[in-house]
Design a protein around this ligand. Sequence first.
Ligand SMILES: [Zn+2]
Length: 99
Amino acid sequence: MNIYRRAVMHGWRMLAALFLAITFVLAVDIFLGHSSLAFGAAIVGLVIANTPMLRFNCPKCGKNLFFRGIFVIPWPNRICGKCGLELDSDGPGTLHQNR
Ligand SMILES: [Zn+2]
């Protein structure tokens, strides 16, 4: 499996984690009343769940797949934004000249 596919799977995992975190906070809110502690725990949990994101780097230039300039979005680049390497391919990557 190539790095793009693995990064996409991480994106889905994060979506599931986000859903669980929201459900958790809402459940605490309903059954125990409003709790900033539950909210904080959910945020910390999400940050921890998201740390593997930092390992999804372009094999050629090392740019993280989830970074768009200074922004981080929860979906990976298919083509590296820095060096143009095709990340959704197995074997040696093909270079795209249009960037
Ligand atoms: Zn690159």
